[in-house]
Structure formats: structure tokens, C-alpha cells
Design a protein around this ligand. Sequence first.
Ligand code: NAD
Length: 279
Amino acid sequence: MALILDGKAVAAAYKAKIKAKVDALAAQNITCGLAILLVGNDAASRIYADRLVKLATGLGVQAVVRHLPADATEEEVLALVCELNEDDHIHGILPMMPLPPHLATDRVAAALAPDKDVDALHPLNAGLVATGKSRWAPCTPRAVMAILDYYQIDVSGKHAVVIGRSNVVGKPLAHLLLGQNATVTVCHSKTRDLAALTRQADVIVAAVGRPALIGPDMVRPGAVVIDVGINEVNGAVVGDVDYDAVFPIAGAITPVPGGVGAVTTVMVVEAALRSFGDL
Ligand code: NAD
């Protein structure tokens, strides 16, 4: 039976630190500002953005959604990024992904002021993460590392298998795990015999977006299983791991919901406070 890695408990610990920081800034008449850039009408992005605003506001960070229509031109999006870059009341900017297909994600990322770049999308920040020189990283990989840290799961010398190689989750997470001296294997849609690799893993991180991709036959007894995936199945939110079947085998496992996602949202708010130093 696995230890349940409770994202809400990890989030609560971070919220307390955030609140202390916000209160210290308030004593100096400083209010931290977070801008969420939402282009188009993707329902999931809208829900996520509203959730972030509620969380940030509750913690005393002023959060605002800046919404542009789905047919906004690249010039309009870049102009808004520029405006937010120059706004002294805004300390963090998070563009909701994916952007509508006619917009070049790379150019929007490169337009962000690197020190306001909440999800480390700017190539400078991505490069620093890849070279292990950054104290920063995208929010979801940081959430995974925060869960491991909270539960004192040492990955040094362990084999971590990361499934998914996106620039915002899989790749930066692989770098963070390497930075903690894990031996990292990154798997993706073209990986042959995924199960043969996951069965060798001490730590499995699934970040794909496919329900029940990781079944019990793919998990070595006692392995740590971190489920980043968010999928909707029959109106319910599930991860990439067949939770009920893997639970009796794994040594530790994150639930969905209440796992990585619960910590990621808090990491976004924390990121907005970055310009005021570490928590
Ligand atoms: P993405 O679509 O950019 O990347 C998915 C990755 O999965 C790709 O690298 C692809 O190669 C790989 N993949 C696809 N099919 C595969 C297969 N059959 N076997 C192995 N690998 C396969 O997605 P993303 O932005 O990295 O997000 C991944 C998942 O994590 C999604 O479900 C997303 O909703 C979720 N997510 C959760 C959080 C959170 O806070 N919990 C945050 C961000 C993303």
C-alpha cells in the first residue's frame, strides 16, 4: 500500500510561507502583482486562470487576467506582453498555454521580461534551467520537486523515468532531477517499450495527458509514482496513472486531483514573488 503524497499538505506549507512574505511586503506598502495572459476561449484555461486569481487574491497577491480574443494578432499579444513588462505593479506574467495556433509560442515567450517570466518560458530562463544554473524553473516541475522534498524522498543515485518531454514539464523536470543527482530517462511518444523502462524506475513521473497510461504491470513494487497528467473522463478529473490498480504496488503515489496540480497553482503565486527574493 502506497504512501499518499498529499499535494494539499505541500501546498499548505508553501501558502504559509507566501503569506508571511506578502505580509512583510505589505508592511513596506508593497503589493505583489501577477498578470495572467489569456488569449482565446479555451474553457480549461479560463477555469485555471480564474482559480489562480482566487488563490493569489486570497494570499494577498493582486492577480489579474488580461484577456485577448482568439483572433488577436501576434502584434496585439506582443504589445500586451510589452505593456505588462513595463508595468511596475506587475511582478509576474503567466501566458496560458496553449496559445491559439496562429500565434508563435516561441516569440511570445521571448518577449517576456526574463525576471517576470513565471513559467521560465523565456529562452534565457530555459537555458539556465538546462544548465543547472537557475534557482528558477517552470511551476509544474518545481511542484514535483517540492512534493519529493516535502516527503524527504531523496532521488540521488535513483533511476527516475520521466514520461513526457514538453518544454514546460518533462524536459525541465529532467534537468531538475539531474540536478538532484538522479539518473534520468526521458520517455515520449516515440519511445519503444515504455513498460520495460518504467519497470526499472525507482521514481516514475507521468506527464503525458493519457488516462491509465501507467498500469500496475509497469510499476516496480515500492516505486514512487508522481502523476502530473490531467484528463477528464466521464466528467471526472483523472491523471495518467491507473491509481486504484497502482496504489497497492507503489511505495508512494500522488492522487489526481489533490496531487501535483494543487502544488503547481501555489508555485505560480510564489513565482510572482520571485523579484522580492526567496521565500
Ligand atoms: P504536451 O502535450 O506538451 O506533452 C505530452 C508529452 O507526452 C509529449 O512529450 C509526448 O511525446 C508524450 N507522449 C504522448 N503520448 C505518449 C505515449 N503514448 N507514451 C509516452 N509518451 C507520450 O503536454 P504537457 O503540457 O507536458 O502536459 C502533460 C500532462 O500534464 C497533460 O495532461 C497536462 O494537462 C498535465 N499538466 C498538469 C499540470 C499540473 O499542475 N498537474 C501542469 C501542466 C500540465
